[in-house]
Every structure is written in C-alpha cells, then in structure tokens.
Design a protein. Structure first.
Length: 163
C-alpha cells in the first residue's frame, strides 16, 4: 500500500527545498566572489608574465581554502555541489567557442579539440577567439567552483548512517 504524505510533510519538504536553493546560490556566490577577489588582487599587483597555469592553480586553491573555512563553521552539504555550476558554465562557453567562425588570427583551420584547448587554456598558444579571454571567461571561474566544492567536501563532517 502506498504511503500517504500529510500536508505538514509536504510543507516541510517545500521549506527544505527553498533552503537548499538559497544555500546553493549563496555558496556559488561565495566561490565566485573569492575568485573575483583573487583576480582583483592580481590586477592590483600586476605581476609581469605570470604563467596561466599558475593562475589556474590559484583560481582553484583560493576558493578551496574559502570553501573549507566556510564549511568548517557551517556544515552544509549544498556547498559540495557547486561544481555543477562550473561544469555547466564550461559547457556553455565551449558550445559558444565551437560555434564561432575561424579566420586569420582566429584559430584558422583548427579542429574542435584544438579550438577548445587554445581558447580555454591558451595551449600551446591563444586561439584569438573571444579576444583571448577564454581562461578568464570559462576555465578559471569553473576551477574556482570546483575548488570550492573540494574544500567544502574536505571539511564536511561525516554523519553516522541511520539503520
């Protein structure tokens, strides 16, 4: 016989869902905010010829630390799933880049893989697409969201499973 859900259980479920949505959005903003502060600090310091892989590592490490600290103080499982926003963001940017036409000084005759690697990672050289801002627009924010999720997962206390 199917279980009948009461009115009170439905309202509690709806309240929990709205709390999860707000929590998810807050953690996403915190992850991207910590990354933006890193970018502003880099802009203020203006390091000469900083390697992009170092910036990628810092874009992941700084939000990792922030996510770890936030989750140590406030245990929240929603902090561990913000990497999904980063994945969706990279997919959107990738589709946009793959749909762009190529030409001289814009990844002329590039295959799809080369187009993405040169745009998102500037490897082996920038593609010229989206004004060579592929790492800033696509890769580094996604790395920040992934780093935040990893940091939060490392700080999340495990609860004993109920039997």
């Amino acid at each position: 016989m199917p279980r009948v859900i009461s009115q009170a259980e439905e309202e509690a479920s709806a309240a929990r869902l709205s709390q999860q949505v707000v929590s998810f959005a807050l953690h996403t903003v915190l992850a991207l905010g910590s990354w933006l502060l890193l970018m502003l600090a880099g802009y203020a310091l203006n390091p000469v010829s900083a390697p992009q892989f170092l910036i990628l590592a810092l874009s992941m490490f700084v939000p990792l630390v922030v996510g770890n600290m936030v989750t140590r103080f406030r245990q929240d499982e929603m902090a561990t799933v913000v990497w999904l926003v980063g994945l969706i963001w990279v997919l959107i940017i990738s589709l946009w880049v793959l749909d762009m036409p190529t030409g001289p000084n814009e990844c002329f005759r590039c295959a799809a893989t080369e187009k993405l690697s040169r745009t998102l990672f500037s490897w082996p050289s920038p593609s010229g697409l989206i004004d060579d801002d592929g790492p800033f627009l696509g890769t580094w924010p996604a790395a920040a969201l992934l780093g935040y999720s990893i940091g939060a997962k490392l700080a999340l206390r495990r609860r004993p499973k109920a039997m």
